[in-house]
Design a protein around this ligand. Structure first.
Ligand SMILES: Nc1ncnc2c1ncn2[C@@H]1O[C@H](COP(=O)(O)OP(=O)(O)OP(=O)(O)O)[C@@H](O)[C@H]1O
Ligand SMILES: [Mg+2]
Length: 271
């Protein structure tokens, strides 16, 4: 269950606030006022996260350069100041980490790309679940998230790593959990799901407020059972990135054509 800082939800039991908790609460309040930000929760060492946030403001933000050239392709990161390291990019944001904070990541939205406040809301609704990350802080266009130390299924294909069925089952269960929290799993593709020690994780939940149906996860599962298991898995085939990219682009083209055709041939109402 999600920790509520001195308040046990299940047993409805109030515990007296310790001196340490008081300091944490004051530190959170001070940082929130200073940066006009939202703290989702400090379920871990608050001082540690506070130092990370200060470092983001002082070292990362002034020198980090990110651009969204094409909204259908991953953002382009022009400069990452030392000692920060780039972990990954998506069509909206880049994710970096600091070597002194190996269990947290910072997700920075590219200027002009939407979704920041929606992602904060999704994490608020998700609470704590082993297959998802957690949002520890949000403000100024960046989020501090719990780091998931897995490998994306996209990268697993590139590295020729075997993906067991359990990974798919875990992700299915995690998506059911999200539905139970009033969310709508959306945009669940190979770069947004991970494998860690044979278990499945969902790394990107930013579109889970979108209500329209999204077939990406079902299509990925079909590809897993009909192509990956019989053809790729037994031979540990490695797929080069350019082939994966061609598949990604063809997939997007195919579905945008299909939806246009659907609209064209949709029966019109007689007035
Ligand atoms: N909590 C995390 N822990 C570890 N790596 C992460 C985490 N969040 C994101 N990443 C890495 O960064 C990449 C980009 O992050 P993310 O998918 O959240 O960006 P996005 O722009 O919202 O993506 P999309 O284009 O799918 O909407 C991910 O594919 C993953 O490799
Ligand atoms: Mg993503």
């Amino acid at each position: 269950m999600r920790k509520q800082g001195g308040f046990e939800k299940g047993g409805q039991q109030h515990l007296p606030l310790s001196f340490e908790s008081c300091i944490k609460v004051l530190a959170i309040a001070w940082l929130s006022v200073k940066h006009e930000a939202t703290f989702i929760e400090l379920s871990m060492d608050g001082a540690h996260v506070n130092r990370l946030i200060e470092s983001v403001h002082q070292e990362l933000l002034p020198r980090f350069r990110i651009e969204s050239v094409d909204p259908h392709n991953p953002v382009e990161v022009r400069h990452v100041p030392n000692p920060w390291r780039l972990l990954g990019t998506g069509n909206y944001a880049a994710v970096v980490y600091h070597p002194d904070y190996p269990d947290q990541v910072v997700k920075l939205y590219a200027p002009g790309r939407p979704g920041f406040s929606e992602e904060v809301e999704v994490y608020r609704r998700l609470g704590s679940h082993p297959a998802f990350s957690e949002c520890l802080y949000a403000g100024d266009g960046f989020l501090v998230l719990k780091r998931l130390h897995g490998v994306t299924l996209y990268d697993c294909m590139h590295l020729g790593l075997r993906i067991p069925k359990q990974v798919i089952r875990d992700i299915d269960q995690a998506l059911d959990y999200a539905r139970g929290r009033g969310l709508h799993p959306h945009d669940v593709h190979g770069r947004n799901v991970m494998m860690l020690s044979g278990r499945g994780l969902v790394v990107d939940v930013s579109d889970f407020l979108h209500e329209e149906t999204c077939s990406k996860w079902n299509n990925l599962k079909n590809a897993y059972y009909w192509l990956y298991r019989p053809l790729f898995s037994p031979f540990r085939l490695r797929v080069p990135y350019f082939v994966l990219d061609v598949v990604r682009r063809s997939y997007r083209l195919f579905f945008s054509l299909a939806s246009r055709l659907k609209q064209l041939f949709r029966p019109r109402k007689l007035s």
